[in-house]
Design a protein around this ligand. Structure first.
Ligand code: 13P
Length: 250
C-alpha cells in the first residue's frame, strides 16, 4: 500500500515568524491524524531552520523547494544536497514548472535528481504539460519525455527508495483550474506505465505519484479518493493552516 503524502510547497512566501507559526499549526493537526498520511512542508531556504525547529520530534517531514546539481564549491547562491541533509530535509522538489519556465532544462533536472538520490536525499520530481501542449494532445508525450530524461541515471533501487513524482499540469497551477479527478487519474496511470518500463512493475507500483495544481479543500477528497493519486503537492492552499488541515484530512 502506498501511503498518501500531502506536501505543502510554500514557494516564495511568508516570513520567518509566520513560517514557524504555520509549521507549528501543521504539526498540531498532523499529530491528530496519527500515521495514516505523510505530511511534508517545503518552506523557502532561509526558513528551513525555523520550520525544522517547529516540527522537531513530530512526524511532519521537512522538504526543500530545490537542490543544486553540484557538489559543494564555488556556486554562488546554490544550496547543496549535503546542506539540505544537514538541516534534516527528507526530500527536495526538483523540476518544478516555475523553475523550468525560467530556463531549467531536462538535463539540469536530471543532474539535481541524480545528485540528491546519490547523497541519500529523497526527491519530488515535478512533471506536467503546458496548456498549449495539452491543446495539441501532447500531454503524454511531454510527461514521458520529462520522466525519461530526469530519471535516466536512476537505478530501480534509487527509484524505489528516493523517488516521488508529482504530476502538475502547468495550466492548473495557481489558476484555480484543476484537472478533473478522472483526467488526473489517467495521467497518473500513464506515468506509472512509464515508470514500469524504466524500473519494472514492482518498483513502479511502489512509487508515489502526487497530483498538484489548485488543490484545495473543495476538490482534495475527490482527487485523493483515486487509487492512482497518492497524495497532493499543494501551493496556495498550504499557506493557510485551516485549508491545509482540511486537505490533509480529506
Ligand atoms: P497551487 O496549489 O497554488 O496551484 O500550486 C501548485 C504547485 O505548484 C505546487 O507545487
Amino acid at each position: 500500500m502506498r501511503k498518501k503524502l500531502i506536501a505543502g510547497n510554500w514557494k516564495m512566501n511568508l516570513t520567518r515568524e509566520t513560517s514557524a507559526s504555520l509549521a507549528g499549526e501543521v504539526r498540531r493537526f498532523a499529530l491528530e491524524r496519527k500515521a495514516d498520511r505523510e505530511v511534508l512542508l517545503a518552506p523557502p531556504f532561509p526558513y528551513l531552520e525555523a520550520v525544522r525547529a517547529a516540527i522537531e520530534g513530530s512526524l511532519v517531514l521537512l522538504g526543500a523547494q530545490d537542490v543544486s546539481p553540484h557538489a559543494p564549491g564555488a556556486y554562488t547562491g546554490e544550496v547543496s544536497a549535503e546542506m539540505l541533509l544537514d538541516l534534516g530535509c527528507a526530500r527536495a522538489i526538483v523540476g518544478h514548472s516555475e523553475r523550468r519556465e525560467s530556463g531549467e532544462t531536462d538535463a539540469i533536472v536530471r543532474g539535481k535528481a541524480k545528485r540528491a538520490a546519490d547523497l541519500g536525499l529523497g526527491i519530488i520530481l515535478c512533471v506536467g504539460e503546458r496548456e498549449e501542449e495539452r491543446l495539441r494532445g501532447e500531454e503524454k508525450r511531454v510527461v514521458e519525455r520529462q520522466l525519461r530524461e530526469a530519471l535516466s541515471g536512476f537505478s530501480g533501487r534509487d527509484a524505489e527508495e528516493k523517488l516521488v513524482v508529482a504530476y502538475e499540469p502547468v495550466w492548473a497551477i495557481g489558476t484555480g483550474r484543476t484537472a478533473t479527478a478522472r483526467d488526473a487519474e489517467e495521467m497518473h496511470r500513464f506515468a506509472r506505465g512509464v515508470l514500469a518500463e524504466l524500473f519494472g512493475e514492482g518498483a513502479a507500483h511502489s512509487i508515489r505519484i502526487l497530483y498538484g495544481g489548485s488543490v484545495k479543500p473543495s476538490n482534495a477528497a475527490e482527487l485523493l479518493a483515486k487509487d492512482e493519486i497518492d497524495g497532493a503537492l499543494v501551493g496556495g492552499a498550504s499557506l493557510d493552516a485551516a485549508s491545509f488541515a482540511e486537505i490533509i484530512s480529506s
